[in-house]
Every structure is written in structure tokens, then in C-alpha cells.
Write a protein that binds this ligand. Structure first.
Ligand code: G3P
Ligand code: CA
Length: 282
């Protein structure tokens, strides 16, 4: 085991650049060589482009379900992006909206359901009848399946209306052990600052909408005190902004990029991650 570790460490230092183009599902497909790559993928921040499946591969399967997450793995995504909401019993459910109406056969607010009650809803038929068995996953179940096998970009929804949600996420992630590739993001920079102070080894990202205004370097420097990434709406990205983000020692992600041409442009500007419903496009 010790020998294996040293061998992996030597390879990590000497082969890193060459290994960079490998995708996370290459490791799952080839467990032998995967040991080395795992070492690289989960101890180091990637220096090449991350392809991040938005709510899973949500163009092909119902968003935020295991069907969409497995499709993301199959299509070669590096990360799965997913959204979490607090349940009535203080657990974290993987669902985008604060109500279950759009994506399940139930009605009402997520916070009025326990996790067990949510798990009984049909979270797939709205997308297509073939997905009628899909359920709302708990974050715990997602971490159990993908932690240390796949990057996870966990978006905390509505921290203002769900006080304590960032603490609940931090506690749960800590139970699985921290990884460079389990990242928490939110539009609420204050929640990410709080999470960083409670759990400094969990990487965080701040989501930015154009209506939040300009992103001057002074603001980026503030963000860099508690976050490693800024996650930008794609329409606000420019080469200048990416350079400015990099100069503050932050990485830049863009959402939601579903056009191949836009993806190529962002890559040429040295974006660090593309969040997309179509992870096979890039
Ligand atoms: O990861 C960025 C993106 O997911 C933010 O918007 O509404 O799809 O959660 P939304
Ligand atoms: Ca999201």
C-alpha cells in the first residue's frame, strides 16, 4: 500500500500534464491505470478545462436524478452540478426548485416534506414515461455514490429562506472526507464565506448574475478570501474578465453553455469550466 502510494506520488509529480486530458470516467472504465489518475484527480485542482454536467446530463434525462448523473458519467463529464434544498427533517434533497410541482407528481414546498416522503415521489415522468422510476435523491445518497469517483459541484439554493443550509451541507460533506473536487457554490456570497469559515477545506464558488453588476478587481479579491471559483452566467464572460479573475488567483466557470460555438469561444479565452446540459458537446 505504501509502495503504491509512493509510486502514485512520483507519477503525480512527473506525469500530471500528460494525464490532464483524461476524463473522470476513464478511471471508472480502467480500474488498473485508474489508481494513478485518481491520485491526480482528487488531490490536485485540475489545470485543464472541467466539463460540468448541469443538473446531470439534463438534456438527456430528468434533471437532478440518478438517471441524469449516470448519463453524465457515461458521456465523460468531469463534474456533476446539482442543486440542494433543506427538507422538513433537516436533510438535503437534490432538487432545483423550492417546490416539487415542476419536476415531480407532487405539490407544495420541499420544506414541507421529509426526505422519506420526497423519495416516494415520481421525479422522472414529467421528462418522459421511461423515467417514471426516478426519485428525488438525497445529497447523502449522491455523495455515497460519487464522492471521490466524480467531481461534484453542489449548489445551495435559497440560503436566505433556509437558514443553516450551508452548515448542513458542510457537516454532511465532512462525513465523507474533503476532496478538491467536491465544491459548494451559491449565489449568496455570505453563505459561502460562512461555509469557508466553518469548513475551510471545502472549496467554494460564488455564482454571479449580470444584474449583480460589474466585477471589479477589488470585489474579486474579496471573493478570493473565501472562494476558489467564480461561476458566471455565460453572457457576461469576456477575455478581460477571465484574465482579471485569474489574476486574483480564482478560477472561472461559465453556465449554462449549450452551444458548441460558445463553448469553443470560452475555451479559447481560457475558461476553467463549462457547465452544460450537453456534456458530450465539448
Ligand atoms: O451552476 C450554475 C447554474 O446551475 C445556476 O443556475 O438556475 O440552473 O441553478 P440554475
Ligand atoms: Ca444549479
Amino acid at each position: 500500500m505504501i509502495l503504491l502510494y509512493h509510486f502514485a506520488e512520483i507519477c503525480r509529480l512527473s506525469l500530471l500534464p500528460a494525464l490532464c486530458p483524461l476524463q473522470s470516467n476513464d478511471l471508472l472504465a480502467s480500474p488498473k491505470s485508474g489508481i494513478l489518475v485518481m491520485e491526480r484527480f482528487y488531490q490536485e485542482e485540475l489545470t485543464c478545462l472541467h466539463i460540468i454536467a448541469h443538473r446531470g446530463a439534463s438534456a438527456y434525462a430528468p434533471e437532478n436524478t440518478f438517471a441524469a448523473f449516470e448519463k453524465a458519467v457515461e458521456l465523460g463529464a468531469d463534474f456533476i452540478e446539482l442543486d440542494v434544498q433543506l427538507t422538513k427533517d433537516g436533510r438535503l434533497a437534490v432538487i432545483h426548485d423550492d417546490k416539487v410541482d415542476r419536476t415531480t407528481n407532487g405539490t407544495g414546498f420541499v420544506r414541507e416534506y421529509t426526505m422519506n416522503e420526497l423519495e416516494k415521489l415520481d421525479a422522472g415522468s414529467w421528462f418522459s414515461p421511461e423515467f417514471q422510476d426516478e426519485k428525488i435523491p438525497s445529497l447523502e445518497a449522491v455523495l455515497g455514490k460519487y464522492h471521490n469517483k466524480m467531481g461534484l459541484l453542489i449548489e445551495i439554493k435559497s440560503s436566505k429562506t433556509q437558514p443553516g443550509i450551508e452548515k448542513a451541507a458542510g457537516q454532511l460533506i465532512s462525513r465523507f472526507g474533503h476532496s478538491m473536487n467536491t465544491i459548494v457554490q451559491s449565489f449568496d456570497a455570505g453563505a459561502m464565506r460562512a461555509l469557508h469559515h466553518m469548513y475551510p477545506s471545502i472549496p467554494t464558488a460564488v455564482l454571479i448574475r449580470p444584474r449583480f453588476g460589474m466585477l471589479p478587481r477589488a470585489r474579486l479579491r474579496q471573493i478570493a478570501e473565501f472562494a476558489r471559483y467564480v461561476s458566471l452566467k455565460a453572457t457576461m464572460v469576456s477575455p478581460f474578465l477571465i484574465k482579471s479573475i485569474h489574476s486574483c488567483d480564482l478560477k472561472a466557470l461559465a453556465w449554462t453553455v449549450n452551444g458548441k460555438k460558445t463553448g469553443r469561444r470560452l475555451k479559447s479565452w481560457k475558461i476553467d469550466g463549462i457547465i452544460t446540459d450537453y456534456p458530450d458537446y465539448f
